[in-house]
Write a protein that binds this ligand. Structure first.
Ligand SMILES: Nc1ncnc2c1ncn2[C@@H]1O[C@H](COP(=O)(O)OP(=O)(O)OP(=O)(O)O)[C@@H](O)[C@H]1O
Ligand SMILES: [Mg+2]
Length: 367
């Protein structure tokens, strides 16, 4: 029996976002569904161009323009964000749902002091006094571990390091205590040590505030241990969807397996080359028939090039879209067949070998 408490905070159903461009119809997001419960964290993982940002921006209604075609639902707290009047949506931005972007320089205003930027939404929505706003700005900067917060409120963005600027954008996002935070590659522009600090900080704030979070990244290593559930996206679709533990322990989709092999391991000697995923993602305008990953997949058989596998969910709630899922006997057979047929020299990634040269016949996408 489900009670109101079990209702997801965000329920996305069959979401499509297509762009009409000169070359044709580009299917950036193509039938994505997921639930996110209050206080839970969802990782969205996939290579560049897989549709992660378009998906987040569609839910936030930030994909504007006459060439954008959106369908499906994104129910947040019971109301469909996709059909909400824009005036109501602007009330939700910042207050109910906030976003942290990859590059804080593009989201921070270069000519406005930090203190003022941090409290902008609070002043707009709650009409606090100047003194209250100052106290709040200092508190928020302290909560994101910015040293000398009293001094920093009087600084401009360019006076801070990249890591400090990202802390400021997180403080801005947290200012109105949103129920949901989208963090789109929040650490890509930062060096590794600062990346860890920022991710840990997001995790602490998320659990202290019981805030739901969508963490978008191209790196499965970033979401390991930091999310409850993971969606793996390929060419605008979900190819695997499960709890974080299942994704790592019972990896089912060959693409997820390939992504896992490209995570740097701490026990590897430094300068060890990482396995790259052979080939390129498909052209989203002229998609191949069958499975979109088939031209790059070491297990692909005739069926994969002909029929698109549906996203199938097993009894553990683990979903994958593949005819020859990793860990099955069929998968091993498919591998053996490809090996015997001499097809694996270009598809070595699944056994952890490094692919240097990608033959052009494997690349189906345009550059
Ligand atoms: N406004 C737009 N008009 C046309 N195509 C777009 C638009 N925005 C995004 N796209 C295309 O949609 C596809 C998905 O882009 P998206 O930015 O969501 O990828 P991503 O997974 O976030 O990649 P990255 O890891 O590089 O940020 C890409 O092919 C991109 O070129
Ligand atoms: Mg992106």
């Amino acid at each position: 029996m489900t009670s109101a408490r079990d209702e997801p905070l965000l329920a996305v159903r069959d979401l499509h976002t297509h762009f009409s461009i000169n070359a044709g119809l580009l299917r950036a997001v193509d039938g994505v569904s997921f639930d996110l419960r209050a206080g839970q964290t969802l990782g969205i993982v996939g290579e560049s161009g897989s549709g992660k940002t378009v998906l987040s921006r569609t839910i936030m209604r930030l994909n504007l323009g006459n060439n954008v075609h959106t369908s499906g639902q994104a129910r947040f707290d019971g109301q469909d964000l996709l059909t909400l009047p824009m005036s109501e949506m602007t009330e939700i931005w910042g207050q109910e749902i906030a976003m942290v972007f990859q590059d804080p320089m593009t989201s921070l205003n270069p000519v406005v002091k930090i203190g003022r930027q941090v409290t902008e939404h609070v002043r707009k929505h709650f009409g606090v006094s100047k003194k209250e706003a100052r106290t709040l700005a200092v508190e928020l900067l302290k909560s994101v571990r910015i040293p000398e917060a009293e001094v920093t409120i009087g600084s401009y963005p360019h006076e801070l390091s990249g890591g400090m600027r990202q802390r400021v954008s997180i403080a801005i996002a947290l200012a109105c205590s949103p129920k949901l935070l989208f963090a789109d590659e929040p650490t890509t522009a930062l060096d590794v040590t600062v990346q860890h600090q920022i991710l840990n900080l997001l995790g602490i704030q998320q659990s202290e505030r019981n805030m739901a979070m969508v963490l978008v990244t191209h790196d499965l290593g970033v979401v390991a241990g930091r999310t409850d559930e993971i969606i793996v996206m390929y060419a605008g679709k979900i190819v695997e969807q499960a709890s974080t533990d299942q994704i790592f322990q019972k990896t089912s989709h060959p693409y997820t397996e390939a992504l896992l092999r490209s995570i740097p391991k701490t026990d590897q000697p430094s300068h060890t080359r990482l396995a790259a995923i052979a080939g390129r993602p498909p052209n989203l305008i002229t998609m191949p028939t069958g499975c979109a990953f088939s031209p790059r997949c070491p297990y692909a058989q005739d069926r994969c090039f002909e029929e698109e596998p549906p996203l199938q969910i097993n009894q553990d709630g683990h979903a994958a879209a593949c005819w020859y899922q990793v860990g099955t006997a069929e998968n091993q057979e498919a591998w053996d067949k490809n090996l015997a047929a001499g097809r694996l020299s270009t598809m070595a990634v699944a056994k952890g070998q490094i692919v240097d040269e990608v033959p052009t016949d494997l690349t189906t996408g345009s550059s």
